[in-house]
Design a protein around this ligand. Sequence first.
Ligand code: DX5
Ligand code: ZN
Length: 225
Amino acid sequence: MREDVQIAPSILSADFLNLGSELESVSNADFIHYDVMDGHYVPNISFGPGMLRAVKRGTELPVDVHLMVTNPDETCRDYLEAGADLVTFHMEAARHPRRIVDQIHEFGRRAGVAINPGTPVSALESMVDCVDMVLIMSVNPGFSGQRFIEHTFDQLHALQKLCSRTHAHPLVEIDGGVSAANAERVVSAGARILVGGSAVFDAQDHARAVEEIRTAGRRGLSRWA
Ligand code: DX5
Ligand code: ZN
């Protein structure tokens, strides 16, 4: 099957007062990215499992939950019960990461593991064979609208090496400062799911912004051209 680029708009950048129509405005995307921030792991507070239930009612797209919390071991279940289709937790915060992955899989959902820009990719050595997705943060987590960190390309290349050495094939998601301007480069470095917060929701036409990021990203799939 031909590989493709998938776009995951982050509703952290959406207009919370009009969330239903904001969700509809990106129905051409592949996922809804749902950023959970607890005010401890990151300095910001966003939303929890209650709003996830509402979001699930407002979209037919799978919801990609990104847990930026100190205690994913304890809280992951709440998001699975609320309907998360994919749950990603931070390697830096997890006490028993493989146990979290097992729990997600017991619910029949997909599991992702994330690392921050300052965490070496080698921290994922024991995880790439058991997760469905690896999320490489391209900003320090906590806020949308931050500038993409160039060191991310080293992270993506190191991840490709780790995956080929271990014969693992997780999907690679990139999150933070992604836009049509850098989508081609991140895809050619191995990313396949592109999160877009401000690049989507700050645009006049959200659906069009999704397509522009996707089109730019597809140019990075050159080996399929
Ligand atoms: C950052 C969040 C991101 C953020 C992306 O901590 O995990 O998902 O909302 O927003 P942009 O694309 O504006 O950097
Ligand atoms: Zn995120």
